[in-house]
Design a protein around this ligand. Sequence first.
Ligand code: FAD
Ligand code: NAI
Length: 483
Amino acid sequence: MALNFDVVVIGAGPGGYVCAIRSAQMGLKTAIVEREYMGGVCLNVGCIPSKALITAGHFLHKMQHNASEMGLKVPGEVGVDMAQMQKWKKSVCDRMAGGVEQLLKGNSVTILKGEASFKSATEISVKSSTGTESVVAKNFVIATGSRPIEIPGFAFDEKLVLSSTGGLAQTEKLKSLVVIGGGYIGLEIGSMLANFGTKVTVVEANKGLLVGLADAECVQVVQRKLKKSGVDVLLEAKAKGWKKDGSGVAVTVEVGGKEQVLKAEKVLVTVGRRPNSDQANLKGIGLAIDEKGFVKVNAQRRTNIANIFAIGDVACQPMLAHKASHEGVMVAEIIAGQKRAYEVKTVPSVIFVDPEIAAAGMTEEEAKAAGYTDLKIGKFPFGANGRAVSLMETDGFVKVIADAKTHIVLGVHIVGPEASNLISEAALAVEMGARLEDLALTIHPHPTLGETMMEAAEATLGHAIHIIQKPLGAKPGTPRAHA
Ligand code: FAD
Ligand code: NAI
């Protein structure tokens, strides 16, 4: 006899597990199927392990570069024990993944461990080491995520040719690394390893780093810092192939029509991720897939088969955990009968490089393309913020883009310390259509990095206190009051 549910979620990543919990909270009989790990890519080989290692890298960097100036004495050389670091990283991931399992159980979600495959629009099989089980449901939510893209000639072996998973699992310090792809993962892992003393060379096909992924001025700040930490960046560069070179690799790249060979201990390939839509017999039951491999969905994340939904990386860009979780909650509520649709103004993004880059809302180009011809743009530097100075982290700025006519905040771009934590206020501002005055007139506690958001809004209005701003076209003595 087949097991029977109102909702079966396939995949326990940040899309799937959140959807299953919300579904159970809404009183629906819910199961979740997972073939590998609770928490998906994010908690096991993505967001959480990468941020753990990046934190350790920053900590080391601060001890090496800031401690003595602060009057802290660190006897002897500060070293790195990669094997111990991996143990600590695993403990962080296990704690989070264990927490997900507890939450699912605590909400009476049935956990089915195994690989799901569709038999029809109302039935799947779940294959595990102990056998195959049939599961019937009124609704299915596909949350099967994505996997790294391989490029020709660079098949992952996780020994010499690493994917992000291998890049995050090194138990020994790498002397040198070639990174193919200067996007989110390549720069996060590359700069993290550079902090541990690895000589990193980034090979990027585009004209710049993070093109289309972040505000160009923010990227410049990071690019300067990469240079300072000894990371080489080759732009408009194509990786052609690799050969074994002793115990390491020799990677042939073409830059400006000329070939050069980069020798390193290993090569990391991070050129994007592809949706897992070619699995679980999705095509077999007639689910529509687009040309990029995403399952086709509407604003409710419903597929072309009415009782099947798709969320997270398998459904559409951006491939971000918080977007997946937002969709998970929404789809559970739709199945429970609520009227909801995906109509967000912004999915905030963070790139955990040094310093961090974070954004909410539009860039200047996007705002212009959206028809905002008259913009007010203001910037406030972290160098003028007391908390940033006391943290010895003064690189970067907060940039605010607003509609000049209404003062509505259209976008905020931050490069600097704790940009990841600062951006939520900006996301709220963009989402609720806040005006510059809302940010400028809200009292921000002192001394905090958060004050930069208030001062960037003031700067956009022309009167930040802690930087000197010339009155914009006004005669001396003209008050620059809130408009
Ligand atoms: P996943 O997390 O991919 O989960 C899908 C799950 O489905 C997996 O557990 C898989 O085993 C399971 N599954 C697949 N097929 C089946 C099947 N047939 N049967 C049963 N189970 C199945 N995003 C951020 O927002 N912030 C970050 O800092 C960040 N850092 C990242 C760092 C790295 C190195 C990587 C690789 C990604 C990072 N991401 C980050 C992206 C983030 O991990 C993804 O956007 C997120 O995990 C997508 O969630 P998901 O639920 O769609 O899928
Ligand atoms: P990406 O799309 O961020 O970057 C890929 C880069 O590789 C691009 O700059 C591209 O121009 C370059 N590239 C493509 N083909 C190339 C080639 N043949 N040679 C050289 N360069 C090439 O992809 P990435 O870094 O793999 O990350 C995948 C996704 O995972 C991200 O887009 C993001 O959605 C998610 N992610 C999010 C993080 C966060 O939120 N902090 C962290 C890590 C990943």
